[in-house]
Design a protein around this ligand. Sequence first.
Ligand code: FE
Length: 335
Amino acid sequence: MLRTTAAVSLSLLLTAPALAQEVNIYTSRHYDTDLQLYDNFTAATGIRVNLIEGTGEQLLERIRTEGVNSPADIYITVDGGRLHRAVEAGIFAPIDSAILEARVPENFQHPDNLWFGLTARARVIFTRVGERPEWLDSYEDLADPRLENEICIRSSSNIYNISLLAELIDRLGAEAAEAWAAGVAHNLARPPQGGDRDQLRALAAGECSVAVSNTYYWGALAASDNPEDRSVAEAVEFFYPDQDGAGAHVNISGAGVTVNAPNRENAIRFLEYLVSDEAQTILADSNNEFPIVEGVAIHGPIAPYTAFRNSGVNVAIYGLNAAQATEIFDRVGFP
Ligand code: FE
């Protein structure tokens, strides 16, 4: 009798933990190709991946509401500004991982390891092909009076623009950043409408001669099944601003492990997998982004454009300066 019980317990010990191995990911990424990542990870580790999808804001709110009972192990979102909101909400615990430390460049990790970047994108300046003015070279040039009524850019309430201004506050000081915002507001070709793709469409259609967009939106248009999208991508070109100066403004998608993670070890293993060469290629290619890990191969329309200098500013700055950036946009009447 005793022996039987012992045998049963032993077999439970051997099998139960294997069955329970899982990791719960709350993510605002939803690309079909990401499924390949989860399958590969499960095949390599036996750890099952459970996905909860939603917008960054929804998922953050859900993790806060669930509190100590939250099944969330990992929160994945886009933009340093949003990662900062998660830090402020207190949902992240520091990650202790030599692999993440070594693979992710310093400026793309939180100073206290509360999050790590997974992919990168640059916010750059577009013109129609062959129509870039010789003098147009930097973000500061967007405020030049020669661009009066010439700029298409989305609303200042968008986090990408808030993060760009947040970096310029760090780079130029608040006063100069405010003068810049006022200058760009004055140069708008039309009241901001739509997302980054719509700015590129308007540029191609001749509504403005300069547009601001993240690089991956151009990649999405260039890789689109829709011939109209592809002709927009063909009509415009971009350059990386400030290559002889401070460098281009780069943002990230990134992830952190939650304070109440029920599967903390598995979560860290999963993030370590996401910075492997294999996973980095899949992550970047699925959204025409750049790998966070240097030297990893990518494919698609953006692949020829990986050589550029970024500012090296820690992305955490975008969140820290975000409130001030919003105040500046409001003060100068940037719509
Ligand atoms: Fe986006």
